[in-house]
Design a protein around this ligand. Structure first.
Ligand code: URP
Ligand code: ZN
Ligand code: ZN
Length: 467
């Protein structure tokens, strides 16, 4: 089956201009002026921007966490993804028990298979330090799971120790796999939380007050230093503040192979959201926490300078009922925000509309850089041979954020009441229209597992070299 996306403005990370796109089956066949092709379906993109499908490399579908499960499964979560122009996610599988990683990967594969509407890959989160676990990094890399996350926080649940982090970095270096870190000092947070609760400070705002910026900056610096020591690649997830971004810049300047992302909530939300009345504040509890509004412009600056190379969502949805677990104790509020659907239109307005980034930079930050960093070789650009993953953005059709327009499986929308100037009109994943003007057209199972290449090779180890 052939399709032509006709008459739009094609935006890649390195170019922008009028161009048609010819799709043959699941791949892009040609880009430029395309003559009519017999029996090809024509998708009219006049007046629209035609972008590579967004990739969200930081999502948590059907994840057991903090005594409950995230509210989106692979069906609902990837519906919402498609409604936001996302054609591929890289989700976090979590090691469930010591003694290896394979059974946890099988569990996550089982949940996603036959359910997803867009393509998906997995990172594996390592939570145990035994030999079998580290040996399984090679086994998973061979299966296309080429990145591993370690949590330096969530003491007593997911948190690892520095010796395991160093071992994982060493294995990652040998395998060409990427080690990712949630960089916050979990021991210090644990103390600050106990202190706050001891003083009777139980409201949601205390989540942010017990996880100050220094706690994130310290862990970021420690992880980068260990990566440099190991000569390994490191990716720091969900950077929330300038103090952490400055640590990353410092180690990048010293030659460490450190890269990093931020997430949309750190660009659009702030600690003030945690002061909202009643149960509403809990919707904004995520880790690292939302920061002072002044941090937002600094994060934009770090993105423009390349210190941060991508913007994901860290979609980790919980309903109001789930969030209410922490009504009397902020430390029991499940951490995470529901945002997977909104990245493109939010970044379009605040990024492109307000002149902070160009349309090409937006594509780089949400698709091209992500594909390159995470070994998604057939994704991240609209070019012959690539998967026909396309987001069509209509700048003339506003999008009203509300629970009625949200496909996410939570009973609120954190941007409800706001309107974006543009909306996602269609989303194509491997040539199939998944989303069209508000409707999901695919059955669960259109999305396929993507085995990713191992593309991360660290720098030669230079023990003793300082940033
Ligand atoms: O609050 C967050 N970020 N929840 C998801 C788990 C994580 O730390 O990425
Ligand atoms: Zn995290
Ligand atoms: Zn996360």
């Amino acid at each position: 089956m052939k399709k032509i996306v006709r008459g739009g403005t094609l935006v890649n990370a390195d170019s922008i201009g009028p161009a048609d796109v010819l799709i043959d089956g699941e791949r892009i066949a040609a880009v430029g002026h395309i003559d009519d092709v017999a029996e090809a379906e024509v998708i009219d993109a006049r007046g629209c921007f035609v972008l590579p499908g967004l990739i969200d490399n930081h999502t948590h579908m059907s994840m057991p966490f903090q005594g409950t499960w995230t509210a989106d499964d692979y069906d609902s979560g990837t519906r919402a993804a498609a409604a936001g122009g996302v054609t591929c996610i890289v989700d976090f599988a979590i090691q469930r028990e010591p003694g290896g990683l394979q059974s946890s990967l099988d569990e996550w594969q089982g949940r996603a298979r036959g359910a997803a509407h867009v393509d998906y890959g997995f990172h594996m989160a390592i939570t145990s330090a035994d030999e079998a676990t580290l040996a399984d990094m090679a086994r998973l890399t061979e299966q296309g799971v080429t990145s591993f996350k370690l949590f330096m926080a969530y003491k007593g649940e997911l948190m690892i120790t520095d010796d395991l982090l160093l071992s994982a970095l060493e294995h990652g270096r040998e395998l060409g796999a990427l080690v990712m870190v949630h960089a916050e000092n979990g021991d210090v947070i644990d103390k600050l939380v106990r202190d706050a609760l001891g003083r009777g400070e139980t409201a949601a705002i205390n989540h942010a007050l017990t996880r100050p910026e220094q706690v994130e900056a310290e862990a970021t610096s420690r992880a980068a230093r260990l990566a440099h020591l190991a000569g390994a690649s490191l990716f720091v997830v969900h950077v929330s503040c300038d103090a952490a971004a400055r640590e990353i810049a410092r180690w990048q300047a010293a030659g460490a192979a450190v890269s990093a992302e931020t997430c949309i909530q750190y660009l659009f939300n702030s600690i003030d959201d945690l002061r909202r009345p009643g149960a509403e504040a809990a919707r904004y509890v995520c880790s690292p926490p939302l920061r002072d509004r002044s941090q937002q412009e600094r994060l934009w600056s770090a993105l423009r300078r390349g210190v941060l190379e991508s913007v994901s969502t860290d979609h980790c949805p919980f309903t109001d009922e789930q969030k209410a677990r922490g009504a009397a104790d902020f430390s029991r509020i499940p951490n995470g925000m529901a945002t997977i659907q909104h990245r493109l239109v939010k970044l379009w307005d605040a990024g492109v509309g307000d002149g902070r980034i160009s349309p090409c930079e937006l594509v780089a930050l949400t698709s091209t850089n992500v594909a390159r960093r995470f070994g998604l070789e057939r994704k991240g650009a609209i070019a012959p041979g690539k998967d026909a993953d396309i987001a069509i953005l209509d700048p003339r059709e506003p999008f009203a954020f509300s629970t009625a327009t949200s496909h996410m499986n939570v009973d609120y929308d954190v941007y409800a009441g706001e309107t974006a100037s543009a909306s996602v009109r269609q989303t194509l994943c491997r040539g199939t229209t998944v989303f069209d003007r508000g409707q999901i057209l695919t059955d669960p199972g259109h999305g396929r597992f993507v085995a990713r290449a191992a593309v991360n090779h660290g720098t030669p180890a230079t023990p003793g070299e300082e940033a």
